[in-house]
Design a protein around this ligand. Sequence first.
Ligand code: ZN
Length: 307
Amino acid sequence: MLALSGAKARNESGAKMATAASLGQGHLQLGSIDPAGGGPVAALQAELRRLQVLQPNEPATPGHFDGHTERAVRRMQWFAGQVPGALGPAGAFVARPLLNLGVDGVVGPQAKQFLLQCRQQGWVATGRLVKFQFDDLARVWPGAGYQPLLAGEPGVAVCAREFAAVVSGMDAAAQAFGVHVFVNQVFRIEGAAVNGAVVPPAGFSAHKIGRAIDLQLGMQAGLNPQLSIAIKTAAANTPFGKFRDHAKTVLQCRYGGDFSPSDPPHFDRQILPGGSPTWKFHHFFNQLQYRQALLKPQAIPALGAAA
Ligand SMILES: [Zn+2]
């Protein structure tokens, strides 16, 4: 019997107290229903809400393992296997090893153990965002219209953990080819207005999962970036052309200048198709992490700690 009681299981007299209902024996899955008066499904739902994979606006029926509950379980499983950390009790990102639970929506013994561990550690689910300082990069600058995402951190940008290598790679490429990179946007908050968009922002944009960057190039530090169309029109043997083609071939980005309609400032490592279950997991957790960071700015780990 797995009881989610932890250190609060005993009161001062040492008697065992039921501070959290048990998740019960066996598997919980779509269609599982508690007996009247509560049971393992209600306990599971409470843990999913505490972990924040079941959101306040998702009306799961108490005691019924319904579609909302199943979706939350899949998120919990994805989080276990794909986010190498959690939001700790103090609001800091705490590293933890990945745990492959599969993503099948069924709660077995391993998933229960993971939920127990999260509760005991005081962990809340979070995303894969990291932040980087423009000051730490040699040739990557905030563009004229760049809007910082984290209050009090004007020189910081936010992207997905796996996209940080693209930013670093662009910095190195800029040095190699003698250009400077001016960033307009990286991660985008869901619902945010897009200033100066070249094309209408995509509903399933790679920016919303932190895997895209809009930029201009220039030949001088902090001065005179060219219009982004210059990236698209540059010949392959020019500095801009070398940068563009390096981003496409070596850094394995898609280039927006190849899209129809054309989006010449844009490079991404989109998860295709946008709106797929994998895309939605990245979107859910990275947008969640950003909302957490608004409350607790230390929640997003810095690029250097993102290994
Ligand atoms: Zn873009």
